[in-house]
Design a protein around this ligand. Structure first.
Ligand code: MSP
Length: 654
């Protein structure tokens, strides 16, 4: 069985767990569950990082010994995870005796190899970051993270010859383009590696200054620098080095693994850790997956601002699965995202209460009304039924692919294409009319088609919303069984999963609508304010007759409209009405877009045109080719023109 190992950072115990910690750990949990769904032997690891100056200071301030202090906060983390339905297989503490011994083995190995040497060091030390800064790295003489003046310290210390592995690491990153992802973080690390010779890493602290750490095995007057100790957790948690050559041990089974971190700790993970592994002769991790920061209403979370979000309170308030869904859906992995009660309410009401919850509730209650809650038989399918099934199959496939590429938000977006299509199908097929007209067989087919497509979607939601997914599957009469590759393939590839005649749930109310928080609790995002400034009385009460209904400004803002240059255009190989384009949106690779405009244009006339593209539609297969966006056109009678803009590729349109 293929194995999969995902880690979170091990969190400092100088602060209580907050939204940021919860996000990384929930993502790791969904990844572990996703890989279990793929039939893999998946393991997830988290823990706490407990050594260093910061801890000693915090313990002092709390009037406790360091050990009492770390025990207290570490257990807050450990106890929180099950409450967020996180199934971590391991929880490591850097104060665990086994970890300490293993770190000493690692240090000794590098020392014996000649990769650790003793030398004099002077530098600007930030106690907040627990690291030295070079003159160059300071901003106006201040620590770039804390904006405080670091202390200049000069002392003898031990150093790891990081520079010795600089070229090898650079080559590895060049040879493995997704070693660090998303790409922007890979570029950042490459820039660090190309910006001159790396400074060797100071890996010790003299005991005269700090005793709360792991003693160096080759010098009793020193303890290890926290990062060296902390990074090693990823392998010591697998019982390294005891089982280094044991094929049946956890290390051989799960290493190399996947790391998940936020952008704040890119350098230790992108540079310190891989060079340490190279020096120790241990294979490098598979990927470093880097996410952005959660901001609270666009501001950094901080104790002094009093805006630190308690994840447990949020989960209790909004519902655990709704909270998990929001975090995974809202953050575009790699970029920062904004958290607010208003944002979560809007997202949960739209996607869960309206789209998914409403679908389950209306279909189950119609089935109760028309078929006594028994799964109806499928009659002869019509074209609309096939189209719906195809939409769901596409959505399911896109979801699995995008999730595997760490594009969580896009993956969920792709899965919501069938959810919305199902709601539309209900409206169009109007089961109530079929019932009124006595068309029972067709009515059964419509309801059965819906139930089958609903099953596919709720099965796939398990990694993100384990409880709700299990409940929805049970409501459809197919409680979740063993997870395996075959089971997943079955769900994706087949269209019939439910049992005709089986009595299933008659109602569903999984995602109640949330009440929008009061204005003062949740100020609107900046951009939205502008729209509000327009004097209210001047706005028409309703759009002109025949136009579409008004939408919220926030809905408009969701559109990612960009200028794209058509690089290539040709007839779609499988459809007369479609053209196939390669469009440059200023991204690394051009996008393939298929568009139903073949009747109006010759492909060769369009090459070089600068068109307007909707760039954030989920990818969709059109007659066998993936289309990664939509080209906008203007229609008047039977005339069609392309919407164009004279601006460089990738320009945003707002
Ligand atoms: N102890 C080190 C990590 C050692 S790993 C070998 C550390 N600890 S930390 O408590 O500061 O945790 C940092 C991590 O917490 C981030 O990389 C991220 O995973 C998470 N987050 C903390 N604040 C965050 C946000 N505001 N937003 C998203 N995640 C953030 O660094």
């Amino acid at each position: 069985m293929k194995s999969y190992y995902i880690t979170t950072p091990i969190y400092y115990v100088n602060a209580r767990p907050h939204l940021g910690h919860a996000y990384s750990t929930i993502v790791a949990d969904t990844l572990k569950r996703f890989h279990r769904m793929l039939g893999e032997d998946a393991r997830m690891q988290t823990g706490t990082d407990e050594h260093g100056d910061k801890i000693v200071k915090a313990a002092d301030a709390a009037g406790q010994t360091p050990q009492e202090f770390v025990d207290g906060i570490s257990s807050l983390f450990r106890n929180l995870w099950p409450q967020l339905n996180i199934e971590n297989d391991g929880f490591i503490r850097t104060t665990d005796p086994e970890h300490k011994k293993a770190v000493q083995v690692l240090l000794q190995r590098l020392y014996d190899k000649g990769d650790i040497y003793y030398g004099e060091y002077g530098g600007h030390y930030c106690y907040g970051c627990e690291r030295f800064y070079t003159e160059k790295e300071l901003e106006d003489g201040l620590c770039p993270q804390h904006q405080t003046k670091p202390e200049y310290i000069s002392e003898k210390n031990y150093f790891f010859k990081m520079s010795k592995y600089q070229e090898q690491l650079k080559q590895h990153i060049l040879d493995n383009p997704d070693f660090i992802r998303p790409e922007r973080y890979r570029n950042e690390v490459l820039a660090m590696l190309e910006g001159g010779v790396l400074e060797d890493l100071c890996i010790s602290r003299p005991k005269s200054r700090l005793t709360w750490g792991i003693e160096l095995p080759f010098d009793k007057d020193y303890v290890s620098y926290v990062w060296f100790d902390a990074l090693a957790n990823y392998i010591t948690a697998l019982d390294w080095p005891n089982n280094e050559n044991d094929a049946a041990g956890k290390f051989q089974q799960y290493w190399p693994g996947e790391h998940l971190v936020a952008k704040d700790i890119l350098k230790p993970h992108g540079i310190f850790w891989p060079t340490m592994l190279m020096a120790a002769g241990i294979p490098l991790y598979k990927h470093l997956n880097v996410h952005g920061y959660w901001l609270v209403k666009d501001t950094k979370m901080s104790k002094s601002l009093g805006n630190v979000v308690d994840p447990l309170k949020a989960a209790e308030h909004f519902g655990l699965d709704a909270f998990r869904y929001f975090l995974i859906r809202e953050m575009n992995f790699g970029s920062d995202a904004s958290y607010s009660a208003e944002a979560i309410t809007t997202r949960v009401n739209a996607d869960l209460a309206n789209d998914l919850g409403n679908l389950f509730s209306r279909v189950l209650s119609m089935n109760a009304k028309y078929f006594g809650s028994k799964v109806p038989a499928l009659g002869e399918p019509l074209e609309a039924d096939d189209i719906l099934c195809e939409t769901t199959d596409n959505g399911a496939q896109n979801f699995v692919q995008l999730f595997g590429e760490m594009r969580f938000s896009q993956a969920l977006e792709a899965l919501w294409v069938p959810v919305r299509a199902m709601n539309k199908y209900v409206d169009e097929q109007a089961p109530w009319t079929l019932a009124k007209n006595g068309e029972t067989e067709r009515l059964g087919t419509v309801i059965r088609t819906l139930l089958e497509n609903m099953y596919k979607v709720c099965y796939l939601l398990w990694p993100i919303m384990p409880n709700s997914s299990a409940t929805m599957q049970a409501q459809l009469g197919r409680p979740q069984g063993e997870l395996s590759e075959a089971a997943l393939k079955d769900v994706i590839n087949y269209r019939m999963h439910l049992r005709t005649g089986l009595e299933i749930a008659s109602a569903s109310n999984l995602f109640p609508r949330l009440e929008m928080p009061k204005e003062e609790e949740a100020p609107k995002p900046k951009k939205e304010k502008k729209a509000k400034e327009a004097p209210k009385q001047e706005a028409p009460a309703a759009p002109a007759e025949g136009a579409k209904p008004f939408i919220e400004f926030a809905d408009f803002q969701k559109l990612d409209l960009r200028v794209g240059t058509i690089l290539a255009a040709e007839q779609h190989p499988n459809a007369d009405k479609l053209l196939r384009f390669d469009v440059d949106l200023g991204e690394e690779k051009p996008r393939q877009i298929c568009s139903g405009i073949a009747a109006h244009f010759k492909p060769e006339d369009l090459v070089g045109a600068k068109v307007v593209v909707v760039a954030n539609l989920p990818p969709r297969k059109l007659r066998g080719l993936e289309s990664q966006g939509m080209i906008l056109t203007a229609e008047f009678g039977d005339k069609l023109t392309l919407l164009t803009a004279d601006a460089p590729s990738g320009s945003t349109i707002a």
